[in-house]
Design a protein around this ligand. Sequence first.
Ligand code: MIC
Length: 645
Amino acid sequence: MGLNVAQKLIQSHLVDGKMEAGEEVSLKIDQTLTQDATGTMVMLELEAMGVERAQTEVSVQYVDHNLVQEDHKNPEDHLFLRSACKKFGIWYSRAGNGVSHPVHMERFGVPGKTLLGSDSHTCAAGSMGMLAIGAGGLEVAFAIAGEPFHVKMPRIMGVKLTGKLPDWVSAKDVVLEMLRRHDVSGGVGKIIEYYGPGLKCLSAMDRHVIANMGAELGATATVFPADSEVRKFLKSQRRESCWKEVIADSKCDYDLHNEIDLSKLEPLIALPCSPGKVVPISEVEGLDVYQVMVGSSANPGFRDFAVVAKILEGLQAHDQVSLDINPSSRQVLENLARFGYLELLIRSGARIHQAGCNGCIGMGQAPAINRPSLRTVPRNFPGRSGTKEDAVYLCSPEIAAAAAITGKITDPRHLKMEYPRIKEPKNPIINTEAVMAPPEEGQKFELDKGENIKPLPHFDPLSKSLEGPVLIKLQDNVSTDEILPAGAKVLPFRSNIPAISQFVFNQIDENYPSRTHSFQKSGHFIVAGKNYGQGSSREHAAIAPRFLGVQAVLAKSFARIHRSNLINFGILPLVFEDEQDWEKIPLMAQLYFPDVYEEIQHKKYVTVKDQAQGKSFKLLHQLTARELHSILEGGLIGSFKRRQG
Ligand code: MIC
C-alpha cells in the first residue's frame, strides 16, 4: 500500500512511535513560527530553560498581533522580542510586515518540512506540502531547543476535490462547506488531506485559505500536495529552488473519505458566533451590514484584496459601512500599490490599515453592539472582536465586497457585473529585506526587558490529594477566546501573567477572578462541556487559570492544543467517564480528590468526591507517560530543568 502526503510527511520526521491512529508519535521539527502575542512567553520560557541558541533549521518571530500602541506595553514587547531574536538566533519580522502565516509562506515555507507554531493557524502552511501544526508556546520553545514534538497520530481524512469553482465562489467557500458539514470539532484528532482533479483550480494561496481554517475544524493539520501550483508560487517568490514534489502514492488510502464537487458550491456565510454555523447566503440576504473587514490569515492572498478592489472599482462603499482593509503582508501591500488596486480601494472609501492581524483579534476595529460585521477572518467566537455583544459573520472577499457596496448581506451573484477573475501579476515585487536574519553565532546579547515583561510564575508539583470548590461551570465548545479574551484591552498583558489573569472568563462571568482570591493557594476546579478550549493556541488560557489556582478541569472532552497547554502548566485535564455526570456536579460543589497523585500513576481514572452530596465520580485522565511526568512536576518547565540536571 502506498502512502498519502500526510503519512509521507510524518514518516520522514518520525523520531519515535508508530504511525497508528491514536498512538503517540514524536516528530522532528524543522521550522518554528512564533507571533508576538504568544512569542513573549516563548522567549521567557527559552530563558527559563537555559536555551542558548535555536536548534531548528529556521525559527521566525513575527510581530503581527499587538500593533496598537496605546501606551508603553506593546512597544516594550516588540523591543523584548527583537533582543530575544538576537540572543537565541531567530529571524525577526517587525511590526507592519504582516501576518505570520502568509509571510512565512512567502519567505520560509519549504515543501516536505515540518513547522510548529505558537498560533493555531500555523496549519495554513499545509498549503505548500508541509506538515504544519499549531501548538502551545512551551511546545514551540521545546522545538526551538531541538526537542521533538509529541502528538497522537491523527486519522487522515482524504477530501477529494472534483469540478471547478463557479464565478463568485472562492476558496473560503470550500472551507466553509467543510465547516457546514463537520462543524467546529469535526476535525479533532484528524489530518485533513485534499486531493483530486479539483486542486487544479486552487492556487497555493487559495489552498492557504482552506488549510488555515482547518484550525476551525479542530484538525491537527491540513495538507495539500506540493505540486506544480506550489512550484509556481515558489517561483513567483524567486524561491523555486526550495520546491520539491511531495505527492501521494497512486495506491494510497485514507482512514476517512469525503468529496466536494467544487462546481456545485455556492456562496456561504458563517453566522454569529461560531465558524461552524454555516448557511447558504440566501438565508440571510438583505440583512443590514455596518462593517466589512477584509484581510487576516484566512484570506491573505493578493487576489483576495484585488478582487474586492475590482468589484468596488468606480463605486463607493455604502455610507453606513466601515470598510476596513487589513493587508496581510507588506509585500502584498506593495503589490496592490504597484498594480493599481490600492488606489481603487482608497477611492472607494476603504480604510487602509497597516499589514497585520488587527481587527481579526480585536486589536482595534471593534464593531458596534449587535450590528452585523462581515469579515473574511477565520473565527467569530463571542466577543473576540473586542465588543462583547458582537455579531460577526465570516465570508469570502466576494461577499464582503458585495455588502460593502449595498450595505446589506448580498449574494455577490446578484451584483450586476461580470466576475472579475484576478490574474497574479507576472513580475511582482518581492520583499526580501523586511524579515531580519539573526546575527551569527558567538555574539552575546542581553534581553531587553521593559516594565511590561514579568517573570514566568513558578508552579508547585502535584500534591497527594486535591480539594476545593468548582468556581465555574461551562457548556460545550467554550473557546480560548472566552477563557482568556483577546482584544486591545487584554492583549498587551500577554507578557504579564498576574495582570492578564484578572481577565480570565471575562466574557462569561466577570466575577470569576475575584471568586478565586480565597482559593489561589489552596486550589479550585473548572467543570466544562465538550471540546473545551477550542480555537486559539494561547497558552495564557492555561497559565493564567493556573496562576489563579485551577488544579484540574473536569470536561466532557478537550480541544487538542488546549489540553496540551493545561498539561504543560500542571493542570490536570480529566474527562467524565459518564458524560451524564456533568449534570451532577453543580457550581460551587466542594470537590475532594483523596488519592490523585497515586491514582494517575497507577490507574486509568481518578476518583473525585462531591463532599456535600457524598457522591463519588470517576474521571479518566488519558495521560501518556510523558504527560504524566509534566503533571507530577507541576508543568513541563520543571520536568525539563530536572532532566537537564
Ligand atoms: C487567533 O487567531 O486566535 C490567534 C490570536 O492568532 C491565536 C493566538 C493567540 O491567541 O495569540 C491563535 O490562533 O492561536
